[in-house]
Each structure stands twice: as structure tokens, then as C-alpha cells.
Ligand binder design. Structure first.
Ligand code: SAM
Length: 283
């Protein structure tokens, strides 16, 4: 049941900001999509059928919003900037399927907001300064979301989907990939935004798993181990593991991991084995 797409008329970003009597707020990571065509390409990555519940974080001037409002069954807009929230409330006052929530997304309880029902799809051009915190918080709210189509700084995107043994592979890669599948989407240069950011951007598609893709008994302990060894990325595990266990060599032997290896070379399954061996060793 696809509804006809109607794009709200969008003036230039600068005109719209002038109408509001203000500029972009750097502290809120405000870089607005410059063209409706780019917004269409981003929403296309969400492959919406028309019957989904959708959450947009940081709708701002609404470049993605007008497309989403015409496609989603129900749309929640979470915006921290009071001017934009007020403007969106006005624009969508007559659309009962669009809900404007003026709030810091990091404080929203989505279980409460969305209630029961099918998991929602998140589509967002995230504020880059808090993008990883937002993503981690959303993934954590298990059962609320089916997938995320989010724009982040390209360097962060590359860390999120990096594989073991590549330069971008980090604690963030492991901690994210153990909870969700991360796929590259669309790359955009600074010129796609007003004002242009100093960095390149990338849309990624993140799909949370129902359960981790490798066997993990205690996720909190697993995360602690990963964070600890990556704080000393260049150190061999035989040395860095000593921070969290009495006999690193015994634990590594139990896990079948060479003590001379560095954390950046271990894949998810090896980290899972290491975590299990550490728990066993701690008794
Ligand atoms: N969606 C718009 C677009 O693509 O043109 C604007 C994207 S802009 C990169 C980020 C948006 O997130 C801004 O509208 C900003 O006000 C909003 N924002 C920043 N921090 C936020 C937070 N903690 N919670 C909710 N919205 C936030």
C-alpha cells in the first residue's frame, strides 16, 4: 500500500534558515542536505514498503522528512533544536501519522515511545559529534528497531564495518559487529551539505542481530575484554591481557590464540573464545 510521494517544497537551506532568523548550530552538528535528490537516494537505501513505522533522528529542516512522511505508515521525528521542532510541528500539524518529539535522542526511551508493534526503521543524517553514542544507544534498545539507515562521518563508517586485520579495525568495530551487521551504503562529499562539513560522509545500513553471531555467554565481560586489549592496540595479547586476568598465557592457550598476536588481528569468533576462556579461568 504505497502512498503517492509528495515532496514538500524546499527552498534553499540558507533561505529556510533565514526565514527562521538564524544560522546552523555547530554544537548540534547541523549540516543540512543540500538537495532533494540526495535525500531520495538515502531514503531509497531504506527500501521502505510503505507499511513500516519509521523514526527519523535530527530531521532539521526536513529534507528526509518530507519523503519519509509520504512513505511511512507512522513517523516519529526526534529533534533537539526547538526552532526546528516547532517548524516541523507546524508543517505536519494535519498529519496524524507524524509525531514530533522535541528531545535529546540519547534520553529517549524508545520502548515507551513506540510501544508494542513491529520494530521501527531508523533513517537519519546523524549529528556527527554524537553519532557513535547515538548508534550504540539505539542498538542497545533491543526489539525496538529492525534496521538503521544512518549517515555518519566516513571514517566512523569505515571503523564500524572494518574486518579484522585492516587498519580501521578497532574496539568500535568488534563491539558493534557483535550486535549488528553493518554494511556500507552511499558515500557523499562535503558539497552535499550546507554548511559543508570538514569531513567525508557515508550512509551505512545497520541491522541488529537477535543474538550475537558468535557464542558469547556474558556480553558485558566480552565488551570489557575487547575495550581493555584495544587500549593497547600495539601490544601483544600475552602482555595486554594481564590487566584483566592472572595468567594471560594460560587463557590464550585455552582459547587457541597465539600470545604474540595483537588485538587488531583477532576476528569476532576469536574474541568470543578468548572471553569464554577468561571467564573459565576466573572460575
Ligand atoms: N536531517 C537533516 C538533514 O539531513 O538535512 C539535518 C541533519 S543534521 C546533520 C543533524 C540534526 O540532528 C540537526 O537537526 C540537529 O539539530 C539534530 N540533533 C543534534 N543533536 C541531537 C540530539 N542529541 N537529539 C536529537 N536531535 C539532535
Amino acid at each position: 500500500m504505497k502512498r503517492k510521494r509528495r515532496l514538500a517544497p524546499t527552498g534553499s537551506v540558507r533561505d529556510e534558515l533565514t526565514q527562521l532568523g538564524r544560522g546552523a548550530r555547530k554544537s548540534l552538528g547541523q549540516h543540512f542536505l543540500a538537495s532533494a535528490e540526495t535525500a531520495q537516494r538515502i531514503v531509497a537505501l531504506a527500501a521502505l514498503r510503505g507499511d513500516e513505522r519509521v523514526v527519523e533522528i535530527g530531521p532539521g529542516l526536513g529534507a528526509l522528512t518530507s519523503i519519509l512522511a509520504a512513505t511511512a505508515r507512522e513517523l516519529w521525528l526526534i529533534e533537539l533544536d526547538a526552532d526546528f521542532a516547532a517548524r516541523l510541528r507546524e508543517i505536519y500539524a494535519r498529519n496524524p501519522n507524524v509525531h514530533v518529539v522535541e528531545a535529546d535522542v540519547l534520553r529517549v526511551d524508545f520502548g515507551e515511545l513506540l510501544g508494542t508493534g513491529a520494530p521501527a526503521v531508523v533513517v537519519a543524517n546523524l549529528p556527527y559529534n554524537v553519532a557513535t553514542a547515538i548508534l550504540a544507544r539505539l542498538i542497545e534498545q533491543q526489539g525496538c528497531f529492525a534496521r538503521f539507515i544512518v549517515m555518519v562521518q566516513r571514517e566512523v563508517a569505515e571503523r564500524l564495518y572494518a574486518k579484522a586485520g585492516t587498519p580501521a579495525y578497532s574496539a568500535l568495530s568488534v563491539l558493534t559487529q557483535v550486535e549488528a551487521r553493518v554494511e556500507p551504503g552511499l558515500r557523499l562529499g562535503p558539497g552535499a551539505f550546507v554548511p559543508p562539513p570538514k569531513v567525508e560522509s557515508e550512509v551505512i545500513i545497520v541491522t541488529p542481530y537477535d543474538s550475537p553471531p558468535v557464542p558469547i555467554d556474558d556480553l558485558a565481560e566480552f565488551k570489557r575484554l575487547v575495550r581493555t586489549v584495544f587500549t593497547q592496540r600495539r601490544k601483544q595479547l600475552g602482555n595486554s591481557l594481564g590487566q584483566i586476568c592472572d595468567d594471560p598465557h594460560r587463557v590464550l592457550a585455552q582459547a587457541g590464540v597465539d600470545p604474540q598476536r595483537r588485538p587488531e588481528t583477532l576476528d569476532l569468533a576469536e574474541f568470543a573464545r578468548l572471553s569464554a576462556a577468561q571467564r573459565l579461568d576466573a572460575g
